[in-house]
Design a protein around this ligand. Structure first.
Ligand code: SF4
Ligand code: SF4
Length: 106
């Protein structure tokens, strides 16, 4: 099954330090969650990798998502990543787990 954003809201957002504990996001209005903004791209990336090696997913994340993210600079650096402010990067193993589980559901 193709994962939906609500699958993330019902699981990861409830645990996210930027959430209110019940799935609602508490990021300031002028900040965007990179996971939410790039959700479809994240799903497609994880679906494409399909590996038992986490490094393959991490590499694909940097190449397919971070490379087109407004928070990454021309040198490939990201202040949000460096300060653990990106939920996608912070919870990436859990994101993989949630999305892979949904993809396996027929
Ligand atoms: S920052 Fe992203 S993952 Fe965290 S609660 Fe907000 S929308 Fe969910
Ligand atoms: S780690 Fe940085 S560049 Fe990558 S998705 Fe998150 S905010 Fe964007």
């Amino acid at each position: 099954m193709i994962p939906a954003w609500k699958d993330i809201q019902n699981t990861l957002c409830r645990k996210c330090i930027d959430g209110d504990g019940s799935g609602r996001c508490r990021l300031p209005v002028d900040e965007e969650c990179a996971l939410q903004r790039s959700f479809l791209q994240v799903v497609q990336t994880i679906q494409r990798v399909n590996s038992s090696n986490f490094d393959d997913y991490a590499l694909a994340l940097r190449r397919d998502v971070c490379a087109s993210c407004m928070y990454q600079d021309a040198a490939g650096m990201c202040q949000r990543r460096d300060h653990l402010e990106c939920a996608l990067d912070r919870y990436f193993p859990l994101v993989i787990e949630i999305i892979e589980k949904e993809l396996e559901t027929t």
